[in-house]
Design a protein. Structure first.
Length: 139
């Protein structure tokens, strides 16, 4: 650490540019080492969005079945408005569809539009009348 004199009698302690750059370089190396280990945690955290929305669809499908004695394939009938995706300047990472529905069964799917770990595989979750979200394709 260098010590610089000012025009007054006080000494000001400060870091020079090389010392700051070395510290930033060390932090950057640590980030490069740690980042690949953190990617599965990022994907897991983002998959919570899909699970929450699918549970919402499940709850609305259950209510719809109690009222009309059948499940529906129309998200509008469930009063479900999918959140804006990151491609549309929103925050959602998934798109939602109802694959099938009849009097006793339904299947809804959440498909990721973002490849969380960059391996070319997109995360897919599904839920049915049993109410438990299941990961179909793991990212």
């Amino acid at each position: 650490m260098a010590i610089y004199k000012t025009t007054s009698k006080h000494k000001v302690r400060a870091f020079n540019l090389q010392e700051i750059l070395i510290v930033l370089l060390i932090i950057g190396v640590f980030m490069l080492i740690a980042l690949p280990n953190l990617m599965p945690l990022v994907a897991k955290a983002k998959s919570v969005e899909a699970q929450i929305q699918l549970k919402y669809i499940f709850n609305n499908q259950t209510s719809h079945r109690y009222l009309y004695s059948k499940y529906t394939t129309d998200l509008y009938d469930l009063d479900f408005e999918a959140p804006k995706t990151v491609k549309d300047n929103g925050t959602a990472n998934y798109v939602y569809d109802i694959l099938s529905a009849d009097n006793t069964n339904f299947v809804a799917r959440a498909t990721a539009i973002t490849d969380f770990d960059g391996d070319g595989i997109f995360n897919v979750w599904e839920i049915n009348q049993d109410g438990t979200p299941k990961q179909i394709v793991k990212d």
